[in-house]
Every structure is written in C-alpha cells, then in structure tokens.
Design a protein around this ligand. Structure first.
Ligand SMILES: C[S@@+](CC[C@H](N)C(=O)[O-])C[C@H]1O[C@@H](n2cnc3c(N)ncnc32)[C@H](O)[C@@H]1O
Length: 197
C-alpha cells in the first residue's frame, strides 16, 4: 500500500476523539491518567497532527514497518496505519493493550477508518527485535531505563531506520539527531526529535 501523506486533519481529530471517548468509557481514569503503571506513566501523544506533520514532511520513503514503544491506547499506531504504514504497538499494561486492540480498533473500523494493519502485542518493548522496523516511535512518560534502551537501539536498530522521540531533550549519549538543525541545540520538529544511529 502507498504511503498517504494527504490525510484530512478532521480525520485525525476524530481519531483522537474516539480514542479519548473509548478510554473514558472503558477505563478507571483515576487508575490510568498521570499514574504510574507497571512500566511507566500512561499519557497519550497530545497532538497527533504534529506527529502527522513530521511524518508527512519527511515521507520516510521506502519505510514501512513501524514500532510504537509502549503504545498506550494505540492512537499513534492507528495514525501510522491510516497513512499506509504497517505499524505494531507493544504495550506492557494489559488493560491498555486490550483496549486498543479489542475496543478502539473495532470502533474505528466501524467508522471506516482504514486501521486493519494496526497490530498490538502485550509485553516489554525491550524484548522486541528492533531490526524488524524502519521507524521506531517513543513517547517516554516516566521512563527511566534510557541506558538499556539506547544500548539495544545501537546494537539492533538498522542503520537506515529512524527513531522518533516525543518531548524534551533526551539523555541519549550515542544516538545522533538526524538533521543539522536538530544537532544544533537539539532543535525539534514540532515536539519531536528524529534520531539515527
Ligand atoms: C507516555 S505513554 C505513551 C503512549 C503512546 N505511545 C502514545 O504516544 O500515545 C507510555 C506507555 O509506555 C508503556 N511502557 C513503558 N515502558 C514499557 C515497556 N518497557 N514495555 C512496554 N510498554 C511500556 C506504559 O505502560 C505507557 O502506556
């Protein structure tokens, strides 16, 4: 399937809304939002349109397989699926994993969102084989095992893969910001850093 970088922003806003509604309907929000789960804090990527714009601008030609490290309610995985990528989300928390796969995905499909390729696995993303992926996305809410993650990325991520990280400057020591502008003072595209190995 071709990569589609011409999504209607209304569609992305509707996607976020469905994720929010299904999350609220099906979760004890007190347990989940801003609370520490087994492996970190769950917060959704706040502005999917920003992520969409970064991916749209770069196009990531010939890049198809995407991995979201800790996929939460799955919205990033659904966004990549809408754009024609083959995305997988790995989420440790059982409730969130089932919510994305068994509730939000069918709900999106019933509204004709093309998200059939969105796949979810329950487990620790540090056990994944990163060499299977072209784009790896990470929103590190409360994550503190950067050293192990970076070592694994350096060892197993393919040379031509991209590692996209949401948020503030990150404590990586070996990964390189991809562009000249990003190397200069850690400039971010929107709120996202793009790294390579
Ligand atoms: C800040 S949320 C981001 C959710 C989603 N990626 C997004 O951007 O909307 C971080 C998620 O990562 C999960 N997580 C943290 N460490 C993990 C690990 N080692 N393996 C699998 N999931 C993990 C947490 O349970 C949480 O749901």
């Amino acid at each position: 399937m071709k990569i589609n970088t011409n999504l209607n922003p209304e569609q992305i806003i509707r996607l976020e809304k469905i994720c929010d509604e299904e999350f609220s309907r099906n979760s004890d929000t007190k347990t989940f939002r801003f609370k520490k789960l087994e492996k970190g804090i769950y917060l959704p990527t706040f502005d999917l349109i920003n992520l969409y714009n970064v991916v749209k601008k770069r196009k990531f030609k010939d890049k198809k397989r995407v991995l979201d490290l800790g996929s939460g309610d799955g919205r990033v995985v659904f966004l990549f699926s809408l754009m024609g990528y083959s995305p997988t989300g790995v989420e440790y928390n059982e409730h969130l994993c089932k919510l994305s796969d068994n509730i939000i995905k069918p709900s999106l499909i019933s509204e004709r969102f093309k998200v059939k390729k969105a796949k979810f696995k329950q487990g620790d993303f540090l056990n994944e084989d990163f060499s299977d992926y072209d784009i790896i996305y990470f929103f590190p809410g409360g994550f503190n095992n950067y050293k192990e993650l970076e070592d694994k990325l350096i060892k197993t991520m393919k040379d031509n893969s991209f590692f996209l990280v949401y948020g503030q400057k990150h404590p990586f020591e070996q990964l390189r910001p991809n562009s000249f502008w990003q190397r200069l003072a850690g400039y971010k595209e929107g709120k996202i850093m793009v790294y390579r190995k």
